[in-house]
Ligand binder design. Structure first.
Ligand SMILES: [Zn+2]
Length: 497
């Protein structure tokens, strides 16, 4: 069935979207939220479990102090109020991936409330309100086997892996974001991007969307322009890439506009996003209010972070990514679009690491934004996935600065590193790639070039020194690009003076 859609530009001319984002972040603590089990990713199923995270009778949870610390740091970085006293709550529901049949979460007493995150969209600042940041435990993972889609429908049987059950999970909920118009999908993507970068700078999570340590639910509603009330929202679940966040919002706007145009009404429901074709389909209906029967968790004492501790954490926050970008822009003297490109191609961290390994910022940018960006593009991969390290790029850059390599030879060395031939210095030696600058080896090539180009020689003798470029080119060709061009020019002029 193909859905009726209103083209995006038309939909946003007549309807005003309101979006909201709920982001789940798995914290990078060494152990789980309420027990000592490890949180390492990728182990054999059900090998990282204990009576507490399996919810066995009689086991008692104990709060992970590091998880509280990480959550407070996230709240502070998002300009939130930090609660001086709050409790965990039991959220009751029945599902196989929930060993206790309730999830320990926070309900009406979240740890952090009422903050904001500023994001840049086309050079203007959009302030995204943060409703709450709360802490809960992750569920296990179900694997439905035998069906065509990997979903439970049509599956022959299901397997459950509890390694993930009990990993600390932070939920970051925005306030509704009105007034973004046709920018709504971009605002959603830029917000998640900025949030991801902020969390990464705090070093509280590895924020890998593809591994599920950062997961996003996208709320979208639309109302006719000028309407006094917002429309009914849908909640698109587990959107697993930055690009998908943007596409999911755009699709919902187009779909909802068609429903309203046809005289229908929007159902409040969860929807699933499909990466392959960028559409959403209906999931669970939320028309009947869910009743999780929340109540305060009786097995845990309240969390009451001391004011001095919170202030210590505040004072120790790292510089926010937006500030880092603004500072580097000024230091490096690059334009805003160029800085955006450095960030969006994932080059920023690599450039900084290359600088830390000894390269100049200009050289580091030149390699990562030029030659290496081209290689990544050709290979259809991320810059960070290229088989070359910032330290190796810095070494190539140093060899150029020292005159051992020229740019052309440097590109050959980079090729060889990418092909797995080893370290730059070994490659230079093994392939005999260093610039030829000793005069003995160059003299013959220079003499040959002079003998072969009498008319050029006559011009140079007439004072047209620029003509020497032709002879330099001939020598470079004869030495397969390995001559030091400046030295060659010096030798030619010496000989003809
Ligand atoms: Zn455990």
């Amino acid at each position: 069935m193909t859905e009726t859609l209103v083209p995006f530009a038309e939909a946003t001319t007549r309807y005003e979207p309101v979006i909201g984002l709920e982001t789940h972040v798995e914290l990078g603590t060494r152990t789980k939220m309420f027990c000592g089990c490890t949180t390492a990713f990728g182990a054999e199923p059900n090998t990282q479990v204990c009576p507490v995270c399996l919810g066995l009778p009689g086991s008692l949870p104990v709060v992970n102090r590091k998880a509280i610390e990480y959550t407070i740091r996230i709240g502070l970085a998002l300009n939130c109020e930090i609660a001086s006293w709050c409790r965990f709550a039991r959220k009751n529901y029945f599902y196989p991936d929930m060993p206790k049949n309730f999830q320990i979460s926070q309900y009406d007493e979240p740890l952090c409330t009422d903050g904001y995150l500023d994001v840049e969209v086309d050079g203007r600042t959009v302030r995204i309100g943060i409703e709450r940041v709360h802490l809960e435990e992750d569920t296990g993972k179900s694997l439905h086997v035998g069906g065509a889609t990997g979903r439970i429908h049509g599956a022959e049987y299901s397997l459950v892996d509890y390694n993930r059950a009990g990993i600390p999970l932070v939920e970051i909920v925005t306030k509704p974001i009105p007034g973004t118009g046709a920018d709504a999908p971009v605002v959603a993507r830029v917000y998640v991007t900025e949030l991801r970068d902020l969390l990464r700078s705090l070093d509280v999570s590895d924020v890998r969307m593809e591994e599920g340590s950062l997961r996003c639910d996208v709320n979208t509603s639309i109302a006719p322009r000028g309407a006094s009330e917002w429309g009914t929202r849908t909640e698109t679940k587990n959107v697993n890439s930055l690009r998908s966040v943007e596409r999911a919002v755009a699709f919902e706007i187009e779909r909802q506009a068609a429903v309203l145009d046809g005289g229908g009404r929007i159902k409040q429901e969860t929807r699933h996003f499909h990466e392959d074709n960028g559409t959403t389909t209906a999931g669970r209906s939320k028309e009947e209010a869910q009743d999780y029967r929340y109540f305060p968790e009786p097995d845990l004492v309240p969390v009451a972070p001391e004011k001095e501790w919170v202030e210590q954490l505040r004072a120790a926050l790292p510089e926010a990514p937006a500030k880092v970008r603004a500072r580097l822009r000024a230091e490096w003297n690059v334009s805003a679009p160029e800085m955006d490109a450095i960030v969006n191609t994932g080059a920023l961290g690599l450039v900084l690491q290359t600088v830390a390994a000894g390269a100049s910022a200009a050289d580091a940018r030149k390699w990562w934004r030029g030659e290496l960006a081209r290689r990544a593009n050709e290979a259809g991969t991320e810059l960070a996935a290229l088989a070359i390290t910032p330290a190796q790029v810095a070494r190539v850059s140093a060899l150029v600065a020292a005159g051992t390599l020229n740019d052309k030879l440097a590109r050959q060395v980079i090729d060889a590193v990418l092909d797995g031939e080893g370290e730059p210095d070994d490659i230079v030696q093994a392939r005999n790639l260093a610039v030829v600058s000793d005069d003995g080896a160059l003299t013959q090539a220079v003499d040959d070039a002079i003998a072969a180009n009498p008319d050029v020689v006559a011009k140079i003798r007439d004072g047209k020194v620029a003509a020497a470029g032709v002879l330099v080119g001939a020598v470079m060709k004869a030495t397969r690009g390995q001559a030091d061009a400046n030295r060659v020019k010096g030798l030619i002029l010496e000989r003809l003076s």
